[in-house]
Ligand binder design. Sequence first.
Ligand SMILES: *Cc1c(COP(=O)(O)O)cnc(C)c1O
Length: 450
Amino acid sequence: MSAPSRSRSKIPKAPAQPESGLAELRRLDHAHFWHPFTQMRDWCASEDDPLIIVSAQGAILTDAEGKDYIDGNSSIWTNIHGHRHPMIDAAIRDQLDRIAHCSALGFSNEPSILLAAKLVEIAPGDTLTRVFFTDDGSTAIECACRMAAQYRDRVGESERQEFIVFDGAYHGDTVGAASLGGISAFADMGGAKGYPIRRIGSIEELAAIDSSRVNAAVIEPLIQGAGGMRLWPYGMLRQLRDWCDEHGVFLILDEVMTGFGRTGRLFACDHELVVPDFLCLAKGLTGGYLPLAVTLTTERVFSAFLGDYDSLRTFFYGHSYCGNALGAAAALANLRIFEEENVIESLARKIEVLGQSLHEATTYCPHFGEIRHLGMIGAIDLIDIRSGSEFDWRRETGARVCRRARDYGLLTRPVRDTLVLMPPLCISEQQIRICVQALVDATNEILGNP
Ligand SMILES: *Cc1c(COP(=O)(O)O)cnc(C)c1O
C-alpha cells in the first residue's frame, strides 16, 4: 500500500483498509449494495470499482489504496467546512457520551431545543419562528407541503390545493416531493399520485394562473441543482414573493442545496432579501455529517394547528428520528464554525478564484460551452464542437469526463453533461485551481484537444 500524502493534514489519518481486504469488499459491494441513481449492471461490470473511501481530512478524501482526491462536489452537496472538522467531531463525540437518540414524540432533548432556537435566530427575516425536524431534503419538502395543505384545510381554504412548480425542478424522491419535480427522467413514480401541481417554465406564466386554487409556489431559489445548475434571472425570486403576497399564496423555498453558504450568503434568499413562509434545509445542516433536516415556518401557520385535542387540528406527521440528538449536536457545531471562523467573509476571494478559473478554462478546453457560477457553485456545459450543441446523453460524456478526472485527483459527479464543482467551503484557492485544471485535462483527454 502506498503511503497517503500527509502534507495537507495536521491530524494523522486513520489507517486505510488493508489491501488484502479490498478485493473482498468490492466483491461484497457488487453482490449486495444497490447504489442510488446507478445503473447497477455497469457498476458491477467495472473491475476497478467501487472506489472505496476510507478516510478524509478537510477537502481531501482518501481511498482504500491510499490515493487522495479533492471532494469536488462536497460528497453530493452535503459537506460544508470539510471532513473531520475538530469542532463537529468533538460535538458528536461529546453528545455520544450522553445519548445518541431518544424520541421527540413525547420528549425533548437539549441539542434539538438549542438548534431550533439558533435556526430561528439566523433564519432570514423575523417571521420564521417554528422548526419541525425531519431526516433529509425529501422529507423536509414533504413536511412543508403537508403543513401547507393541512393549513388550508384548518382555515377553511380547502379550494387552495395546487402547488406551483417549475420545469427542471428537483425537490427529492418521496412521492410528494417527486410530484413537484420537473425532470422527466425522474418522473416515474410507479403510478403513485402526488400533489396537484401547476408546472411553469418562467415567472411570466403566473399571469395565466387562477390563483384562487393555488396553495403554494415551490422553488429552488436562485439556482436549480439537479436540473443542471441553472440560474434564475436576478430579481425573479423577489417577483415571485410579491406575486405570492398579492394572491394569498405561500412561498416554499427549497434551500436543501443552496443553504449554508453555497451561494456566498448563508441562504440563497438572503441575496434578494426574500423571506419565505416555509424554509426547507437539509444537506449542509449538519456540515455534511449526519442526515438531519428542518422545515421552518411562521406563527401564522403554526397557530392554525392549535386547538382542542378532539378538534383534530394536530399536525399528524413525523418520523422516528425527528430531532436526532447526534445530528442536532453536529448542526450546532456547524453553525458555530460559521461564526467563529468568519466563513462567509472568507469566501469572497475563493468565489473570485472559482469564477476566474472557470472562465479561463474555456481558453484551454474547446469542449467547454456555457459556464455558470454562483458563489461556491460552478458548472460547465460540455458541447460537441462538431455540431456546437450538446452531446447525445446516451454517450454519458459528463460521467466519462468525471471518471477520468479521478486520475487528476478530483472526485465529482456531473448532472448529465454538465460538469459540477461545489467543493467544501474550506477548500483552498490552490485546490480550486487544481479542480478546474483536472476538469480541463480530463475533458481534453476524453474528447481530444484539436
Ligand atoms: C438533494 C436535494 C433534495 C433532496 O434531498 P435528499 O436529502 O436527497 O432527500 C431536495 N431539494 C434539493 C434542491 C436538493 O438538492
